[in-house]
Design a protein around this ligand. Structure first.
Ligand code: IMP
Ligand code: MG
Length: 431
């Protein structure tokens, strides 16, 4: 398949960064189609750690084109800082290889101020957002008052729109949220400087990608967050403000749904979530703390400790359906070494009724009790394994059981942090 999408099947942080980085080696173009710098993909290249938030992972490979589509929301200042950092490390040298959609919306300082003030006021009802202004920017997109990169083409009308928005948002910040207002002049100045640097990157992402696809180029769609954070299909309202599922790769760049796509879902061998909201297979205590340390389960965008849970087969089966998964990459299995037994959530009980599939309303997850199957653990490190034959027997049984429960092939198994520590049994570009 020439077009591949990588999506998270849980609540984000499944280890997409590493898989995307690996697949980027086979791709010609790597594309972000939704979300903003609330995402953070951590990659280790030549012993150096990179956290990419807006720039697609292709940037860490020579001569790959990187496209940021119309479905994203981009903080222009944060983008330029990220580009500068990559350039300092010797990446993204050729400006022609980075493209940003005219139609992507800009995250402005008032969006960030509103996001943070609302969360601070919400107290117990807070969503636990990343505080990067993502929700308020998507709100303005739907309200048709947002600023898009195309607005930079006409500086006079851009400043006019910007000042109008600032005036309105400041009224809201002050009167409703009782928060500090933002300064229009400062934003206008910062944007006047950023504008000159941003304009050369702008493109029509749909035209660019249909041309690339027609020319037989290999395109990798890099999903951010995860299925359970999807605005429609996740645990609303404890979600992010965009569609994060595979079909968003089409409207998030401007190509039709009739393009063939192999969808690779990324699942951790256990489950984590940051922020508030239901999480049926969650557990706390010493075991959870140990797993958090072992797996480095702290938010890469915000540093928050992640909540920990067992692998949830109901949730992943649901993700397989809404994404139309071709295969699954099961990541970070090495982290489970030494845990014995290991549990898999195979169903839920909600108000005395058993559910083997996702309950029809996500609100039911608030009271869902997990039904577990226990599997024997393994004690030998799998980190050096490069084929499924090399991994401990108990680990292979665990992988096979997950494939059976989810009903999707396991195409990759992550056994360690290194770039090489991923066993690939099937590559979606070869599918
Ligand atoms: P927002 O996207 O900043 O509005 O945050 C909404 C919810 O999505 C919060 O629970 C965040 O913790 C969560 N979230 C957003 N992006 C990510 C991500 O990349 N990984 C994990 N959680 C995320
Ligand atoms: Mg992340």
């Amino acid at each position: 398949m020439n077009t591949v999408a990588v999506v998270g099947t849980q609540w984000g942080d499944e280890g997409k960064g590493k898989i995307v980085d690996m697949l980027a080696a086979d791709a010609d173009v790597v594309v972000r189609f939704q979300g903003g710098n609330n995402a953070a993909h951590t990659l280790v290249v030549n012993n150096q750690k990179f956290v990419l938030r807006l720039v697609p992972a292709g940037a860490l490979h020579p001569n790959k084109a990187c496209v940021v589509g119309n479905g994203t929301v981009v903080n222009p200042i944060a983008l330029l800082v990220e580009i500068d950092n990559l350039k300092k490390s010797g990446f993204l040298k050729d400006p022609a290889l980075f493209r940003l959609s005219y139609d992507a919306h800009m995250v402005m300082p008032y969006h960030i101020a509103i996001d943070r003030a609302r969360e601070a006021r919400a107290g117990k009802r807070a969503i636990g957002t990343t505080g990067f202004g993502i929700g308020p920017t998507y709100e303005d997109k739907m309200a048709r008052t947002g600023l898009r990169f195309e607005d930079l083409l006409d500086q006079v009308s851009f400043v006019e729109k910007l000042r109008r928005n600032v005036a309105e948002k400041n009224l809201y910040l002050k009167a409703v949220l009782k928060a500090k207002t933002v300064k229009a002049d400062e934003i206008v100045d910062a944007m006047a400087k950023a504008r000159r640097r941003l304009l050369p990157y702008l493109c029509d992402s749909g035209a660019y990608l249909s041309e690339a696809i027609a020319a037989g180029k290999k395109v990798l769609f890099e999903g951010a967050h995860g299925t359970m954070l999807d605005i429609d299909h996740g645990t609303y309202p404890y979600v992010t403000s965009s569609n994060c599922i595979a079909s968003a790769s089409f409207d998030g760049v401007g190509i039709g749904p009739t393009n063939q796509l192999a969808v690779l879902g990324i699942s951790k061998g256990y489950t984590t979530r940051v922020g508030a909201g239901p999480f049926p297979s969650e557990f706390t205590g010493q075991l959870a703390d140990a797993l958090r340390e072992e797996g480095g389960e702290f938010g890469s965008a915000t540093g928050r400790p992640r909540r920990i849970g067992w692998f949830d087969a109901v949730l992943t089966r649901y993700a397989a359906r809404v994404n139309g998964l071709w295969g699954i990459a099961l990541t970070k299995l090495d982290v489970l070494t030494g845990l014995d037994p290991i549990k898999i959530c195979v169903g839920y009980t909600v108000k005395g009724k058993r559910y083997d599939q996702m309950p029809p309303s996500h609100r039911m997850l608030l009271t869902a009790k997990p039904i577990y199957q226990e599997m024997p653990g393994w004690h030998e490190s799998p980190a050096k394994a490069r084929t499924l034959a090399d991994i401990p027997d108990a680990m292979r049984n665990y992988v096979n059981r997950i494939a059976e429960l989810v009903g999707v092939q396991i195409a990759m198994v992550g056994v360690g942090a290194d770039r090489e520590a991923t066993i690939v049994t099937s590559n979606p570009f070869a599918a």
